[in-house]
Write a protein that binds this ligand. Structure first.
Ligand SMILES: [Zn+2]
Length: 411
């Protein structure tokens, strides 16, 4: 049965009319095999296979026609410049990363084994270039959007970025890719109001730090709490001019769709309604997937797809669909590849979910999501929400993973 449109509620369904008027622009997919050259020790989670599996999955979808090749604009990444990085990082820190990699090569040659650089951060000979490309890839996507060549974009990158602080590498991250992109969007394209949504299971402490006193960048994060890196309590709301522009949604371990869905509809939407972003960036870590080995959340690939679509609808509503998805975490190789491919499908406006893993097994506990949301609602003085039943039932795809399953990489 068809739903009755509600004219008082702005709906992304209204975009259908525009979509019929003009052909939808493709989605920019920006990546680069040189990011595989950032090598890590055996057993370390951020393995090159994360990127390799994801790209292979996307190639398989395009090859079999699930994802139309015309809907994807493949673009190579470019290295971010020192000046672009310097918008959020200290110049001395950038130099320190470069020199550490140069010293490693000088001392042990181009095949040197990975060496510790900071807590949970290793460098190898290819690391500096990989980190520059990871920071530059979202900028390529933003340019493609700004130049009218793409509707939105996906920067499929590693190393990730959201833990990187102005002068500190941590949590697998060197440069804060999404933060560099936020500043670039403002300066190069004049998109002043930048909304950063971060559904990685970890709190993006680096991103929060960089914009904590900035009213023009709203940072919204859902994350397992308490958990690494320890920040992200709901009382961390920004400071000075940026007071209220940081919106943290700490969630208990074990949270799944029943919590994330109302949080996005009842907290993220009113935040976006109030802020009216000129561009939306999504720190897309898929480590809140129920199979992820590092965390304890219970989202499925289909759940992630719906959260991504929710963010895309915000971009549709406020900024002509301008959205760049920037890869963060995700450490179960199949779950990551399937979530990444599914997110790309969603960005192209197609319907389809690649999921051989299914839903998390049922548990007895149920969190009081109403209490969580009510507290955030009052804390941030929010008004309005989106209520809708997106789900038409369980969707699945028969597309098999292109590569053999690997539960624990390199162990
Ligand atoms: Zn993470």
């Amino acid at each position: 049965m068809a739903e009755t449109p509600n004219p008082s509620t702005p709906s992304p369904a209204g975009d259908d009319a525009r979509a019929h008027a003009a052909p939808r622009l493709p989605t920019a997919l920006v990546s680069d095999p040189a990011m595989l050259a950032h090598r890590v020790p055996r057993g370390f989670p951020d393995v090159p296979e994360r990127l390799r599996f994801s790209l292979a999955m996307i190639e398989a979808l395009i090859a079999e026609g699930t994802l139309s090749a015309e809907k994807v604009l493949r673009l190579p990444a470019r290295p971010a410049t020192t000046e672009e990085l310097g918008a959020v990082h200290d110049a001395v820190y950038i130099q320190r990363v470069r020199e550490a990699v140069e010293r490693l090569v000088r001392e042990q040659g181009p095949e040197a084994e990975p060496r510790s650089f900071a807590t949970d951060v290793f460098i190898s000979p290819g690391t500096y270039q990989a980190a520059l490309l990871a920071a530059g890839a979202p900028l390529v996507a933003l340019d493609a959007i700004g130049e009218g060549r793409a509707r939105n974009g996906y920067a499929l990158v590693r190393p990730p970025g959201h833990h990187a602080r102005p002068a500190q590498a941590m949590g697998f991250c060197f440069f804060n890719n999404v933060a560099v992109a936020a500043r670039y969007a403002q300066r190069r394209w004049g998109w002043r109001n930048v909304l950063i949504v971060d559904y990685d299971v970890h709190h993006g402490n680096g991103t929060q730090d960089m914009f904590y006193e900035d009213a023009d960048v709203v940072y919204f994060s859902t994350h397992q709490f308490p958990f690494y890196p320890g920040t992200g309590g709901s009382m961390e709301r920004g400071a000075g001019a940026g007071m209220g522009a940081t919106v943290n949604v700490p969630l208990p371990a074990g949270s799944g769709w029943s919590v994330y869905d109302p949080v996005f509809r009842q907290v993220l939407w009113p935040v976006a309604d109030r802020f009216k972003p000129d561009v939306v960036l999504l720190s897309a870590g898929f480590d809140a997937h129920w199979r992820d080995p590092l965390a304890l959340m219970r989202l499925s690939t289909a759940d992630f797809s719906d959260l991504t679509l929710e963010v895309a609808e915000i971009a549709d509503r406020y900024c002509d669909g301008r959205l760049v998805v920037v890869q963060e975490g995700g450490y179960h190789l199949d779950a990551l590849a399937q979530c990444a491919a599914t997110a790309l499908v969603a960005l192209t406006g197609s319907d389809g979910i690649v999921d051989t893993l299914g839903q998390a097994p049922p548990i007895r506990e149920r969190w009081n999501d109403e209490a969580i949301i009510q507290a955030l609602y009052e804390l941030h003085d929010l008004a309005g929400y989106r209520r809708k039943a997106r789900r038409q039932g369980v969707r699945s795809s028969s597309v098999p993973p292109p590569l053999p399953s690997t539960e624990t990489p390199e162990q």
